[in-house]
Design a protein around this ligand. Structure first.
Ligand code: SF4
Length: 732
């Protein structure tokens, strides 16, 4: 008998765009995913990763029961056994080596899970460990650092007012392919193009002519030289009288120190290393000044360079001193369901602090992921011996020079992977614990979007699970509570709350579970506290989202929402001024000396979201990723399409086939990251389409970490390339 088909409304949680979806379900199986034309912001837009998610949801490779590795064999075990063995080991290692010997690593997919962070962090604190790592220090942590120093909290996230701006300059981002980070912009390409149709201007600076700028105004910039461009832009803006003096004097401090810092950087000097002619920069400054509402935005390509924190400081300061911060058409400071920035500030662990012996910072609770291998392989008294990895694949996402991180993970006494699949990290783990997919859990959008309100068109949405989770998988929050129970640690530093949470988790999947309150009550509390309808009413009456009042600006500067001690925006935090003086001239000399060499950058692909989509037959068809070179570089190296090249950095080498494209700037090679699935014994499709892990070319360890925010240097790495083999199709 044919199963009845039903269409359910939800939203995608693969990336921060959180597009509205219609999901066709037969029985308990997802059979198709389409755009939701009625979603209040995405308005019928989705990308291929969303519509082809059924191939991941229904994959035969999904882990459906906890697994334990004995030698090289995997065995399915029950949850009681998994939880008690892992909990016991956590307690034992924590007692033997100290609480910081237990680490946790979370990937970007963890950001879409609103409940997990609450219980993950409660478990780690209960254990007494500060060793939290994550891909945040591979792609965005520099921004949280700057937000804290300039605005008083890591979670004060200014975002461009895309709906009203007349001039938007975007550095190191490709929103048409990868969306936007820390800024919610579904239908990005169309909304950005709309700025031009309304008479405004959008300028993209990137070492590759990105898809978002086709068509569009694009300017090549040499990788990892953005700090010189931004310093010269700021300097020229100040020199040409573009500072909103009244506003700055009333609400900010440090303008003189900021101006002194950038003063040596002229348009001509920056041109020497960026490749952007001085007159082009000056014209951009003039256009920026003429606009009634202008904004600068940067993302991963800049964040991953050696000066990501300084770049974001310069960029935010330009937005601020030009009078565009907190102004319609400029950048706005959102308001979410609660004042997350203020709440976070009550927790000293979430403020920038220096608990590590090497002096590297912990930012927003995250230690540098580029130190993970060192921390595992290091000194006996301060070593990570156990690691829980949630929704991540650090082997591919982090610098892994010549496979050093892989070798480090192999040495752990306990490695637990919490995931849908047994990926590369899972293959090395002692235990793999299966979790529901995002279609199987209730949710509101990403915590940053929901609680920091970084969305030009504010709205809220709640979605019930679209299908039931497989019977023997468990949500992350449940796993963390149960592990706390088994390890004998107190959650939330509150004995009563801890006992209640543990009792709830113990009973939930037993015969009494159906009498317990649903976990969505937590979302009810969040929504109702913000004066919004609860989950049932949201799902019933606002399934496509509920639009909230627009942010009109002029609600941040000069108010108590600025959380610095004196409620002023700090334009010149002393650590940045000092770091700029100590580093930038030296790096400039190095840039001048290496102008003829090739630099490596990453590249996002429409069909891949980090390493999460790699096992989808519906998305991944290519057997490998490629090294993208300009025609000029290809001719100099003597290669053409599909030829094999060896790419060598000071950290490692890889061999990879070539694609030649005029999209690339000369002296730049782009290689998509998060490929390299040769060893993933639980990813049958990805293993047949393995590709090459470009992060084998990236470094790790203290020499490669950006010392203000703990960010890894993953973009703009100097490499040498030589031809290894001509493509068989071109051999005579
Ligand atoms: S852009 Fe694609 S991956 Fe991102 S939320 Fe929308 S459908 Fe999902």
């Amino acid at each position: 008998m044919a199963l009845e088909s039903q269409t359910k409304i939800t939203f995608c949680r693969i990336c921060e765009a959180t597009c509205g979806l219609e999901v066709e379900v037969e029985g308990n199986r997802v059979v198709a995913i389409r755009p939701d034309p009625k979603h209040v912001v995405s308005e019928g837009y989705v990308c291929v990763k969303g519509t082809r998610y059924p191939s991941i949801q229904n994959s035969p490779d999904r882990i459906l029961h906890p697994q334990k590795r004995i030698g090289t064999e995997w065995h399915e075990i029950g949850w009681d056994q998994a939880i008690s063995e892992i909990g016991r080991k956590l307690r034992e290692l924590s007692h033997r080596y100290g609480p910081d010997s237990v680490g946790h690593f979370v990937g970007s997919a963890g950001g879409a899970n609103v409940l997990s962070p609450i219980f993950r962090s409660a478990l780690m604190r209960g254990l007494g460990s500060r060793r939290m790592y994550g891909t945040g220090t591979c792609d965005t942590m520099n921004k949280f650092r700057v937000n804290e120093d300039m605005y008083g909290s890591p979670m004060r996230l200014a975002y461009p007012d895309t709906e009203h701006t007349e001039f938007l300059m975007i550095l190191g981002a490709n929103p048409a392919i990868s969306g936007t980070t820390l800024y919610h912009l579904p239908r990005a390409k169309e909304r950005l193009a709309q700025i031009g149709r309304k008479g405004g201007r959008v300028v993209y600076l990137n070492p590759r002519r990105i898809e978002t700028a086709q068509p569009g105004e694009h300017i090549f910039i040499r990788p990892d030289t953005d700090v010189y461009f931004l310093a010269a832009f700021a300097s020229e803006l100040i020199r040409s009288g573009g500072v909103a003096r009244d506003r700055v004097e009333r609400t900010m401090k440090g303008l003189d120190a900021f101006a002194q810092t950038v003063a040596p950087w002229t348009p001509e000097r920056q041109a020497q290393v960026t490749g952007i002619p001085a007159e082009v920069l000056c014209e951009l400054v003039r256009a920026h000044g003429r606009a009634s509402g202008a904004a600068l935005y940067m993302a991963t390509g800049v964040n991953q360079g050696r000066s990501g924190t300084l770049c974001f400081w310069l960029l935010e300061s330009i937005n601020a001193i030009s009078g565009n911060l907190d102004r319609r058409g400029g950048t706005l400071m959102g308001e979410g369901l609660m004042d997350m920035a203020r709440e976070i500030n009550k927790d000293p662990q979430m403020k920038v602090h220096y608990a590590r012996k090497d002096g590297l910072p912990t930012v927003s609770g995250l230690q540098p992921s580029g130190m993970l291998a060192d921390d595992i392989l290091g000194d006996e008294s301060d070593r990570v011996t156990a690691l829980i990895v949630e929704a991540s694949n650090p082997i591919l996402a982090c610098g892994n020079p010549d496979g050093r991180l892989t070798r480090a993970l192999e040495k752990l006494e306990l490695l637990v992977s919490i995931d849908l699949f047994r990926n590369e990290v899972g293959s090395l783990a002692h235990y793999v614990l299966p979790v529901p997919s995002w279609l199987e859990r209730p949710e509101i959008p990403y915590a940053l979007q929901s609680f920091a309100g970084c969305t030009p068109k504010p709205y809220m949405i709640y979605a019930d699970p679209v299908v039931d989770a497989p019977p023997d998988v468990r949500p992350e929050w449940w796993i963390y509570i149960r592990l706390a129970d088994a390890a004998g640690v107190t959650l939330f530093e509150n004995r009563l709350a801890s006992v209640a949470a543990k009792l709830y988790a113990r009973l939930l999947y037993g015969p009494l579970g159906r009498f317990l309150p649903n976990v969505k009550k937590i979302f009810d509390g969040m929504l109702e506290k913000a004066g919004l309808p609860g989950t049932s009413e949201m799902a019933k009456n606002h399934p496509h989202g509920l639009l909230l009042p627009e942010n009109e600006g002029e609600n941040f500067l000069g108010t108590d929402r600025v959380l610095t001690p004196d409620a002023r925006i700090n334009l010149a935090p002393s650590s940045y001024v000092e770091a700029f003086a100590a580093r930038v001239e030296d790096l400039y000399r190095e840039e001048l000396a290496t102008r003829d060499r090739i630099k490596l950058i990453g590249k996002r692909e429409m069909r891949r979201m980090n390493s999460c989509s790699s096992n989808s037959e519906a998305l991944v068809r290519e057997k490998t990723n490629y090294a993208y070179l300009s025609p000029g570089d290809a001719a100099r190296i003597g290669v053409d399409n599909d030829d094999l090249v060896e790419v060598v950095s000071r950290f490692g080498k890889i061999e990879i086939p070539v694609r030649v494209t005029s999209e690339m700037m000369d002296r730049t090679v782009a290689i998509p990251q998060c490929w390299g699935h040769q060893s993933a014994d639980g990813l049958s499709h990805a293993r047949k389409h393995p590709g090459i892990n470009s992060n084998l070319l990236a470094g790790d360890g203290p020499e490669t970490i950006e010392t203000l925010s703990g960010m890894s240097h993953l973009s703009g790495i100097l490499v040498d390339i030589r031809s290894v083999q001509t493509a068989p199709s071109r051999e005579r």
